[in-house]
Design a protein around this ligand. Structure first.
Ligand code: C5P
Length: 218
């Protein structure tokens, strides 16, 4: 059977970096489910969260995800097109958070995520991987950190990519997304009861990575 390790937590906590590292160490692909929500939001466009159910359902029928590669080279494509930098803006993040409130979108992506998990072992990264999508995962982690620290990390990350960044705006956006992700009716952001919770606020990337790997290998 395939092995699934889940990694959940709020925006900007470092899930992607950790999922990449863990999948590399375990030699299995990682699935960035935030990228799936971002991809759907980006594909549907602004205000899609206000469409009626029929229109949404029809649009979702036209969307297919594929996962290829392994470890740090895992890649997700939407209808055959690799998802790239276009979905990585805070704006598309906010759109994603809006569409993520809709049961029709969550059900569609839950099915897509489980289908990927049936084909391959995975490190699955997101908000509800341990709590909803993969309740029987072998190992579940929930990463957390103070919002100011998460905004600071996002800021450094954007700067390192040579992008413009505004720390105050990032802090605001991260708080707004937290609020929305934690308070939605369907699959609100919270740790699964059997998840190992790691507060990373005062931990370096190296220490968090080593902690996760040690815990998985025990
Ligand atoms: O992790 P990332 O910032 O890319 O996720 C974008 C948005 O997608 C989140 O703010 C959240 O609302 C939504 N999401 C979700 N469930 C997941 C992954 C992401 O609701 N498993």
């Amino acid at each position: 059977d395939h092995v699934v390790v889940t990694l959940d937590g709020p925006a900007g906590v470092g899930k992607s970096t950790m999922a990449k590292g863990l999948s590399e160490a375990l030699g299995i692909p990682y699935l960035d489910t935030g990228a799936m929500f971002r991809g759907v939001a980006w594909r549907l466009g602004r205000n899609a969260w206000e469409w009626d159910a029929d229109r949404l359902a029809r649009a979702l029928e036209e969307i297919r995800f594929d996962l290829h590669g392994s470890g740090a080279d895992s890649g997700l494509s939407l209808n055959g097109e690799p998802l790239g930098a276009e979905i990585r803006t805070e704006e598309v993040g906010m759109w994603a958070s809006h569409v993520a409130k809709l049961p029709v979108i969550r059900d569609f992506l839950k099915a897509a995520q489980r289908a990927v998990g049936e084909r391959s072992s995975l490190v699955a990264e997101g908000r509800d991987m341990g709590s909803v999508v993969f309740p029987n995962a072998l190992m579940k982690f929930f990463l957390d950190a103070d919002p100011e620290e998460r905004a600071r990390r996002r800021y450094e990350q954007l700067r390192a990519m040579g992008r413009e960044a505004d720390l105050e705006a990032l802090t605001k956006s991260i708080r707004a997304r937290d609020e929305q992700d934690r308070n939605r009716a369907v699959a609100p952001l919270r740790a699964a009861s059997d998840a190992v919770v790691v507060d990373t606020t005062r931990l370096s990337e190296e220490v968090v990575a080593a902690t996760l790997l040690e815990t998985v290998r025990q």
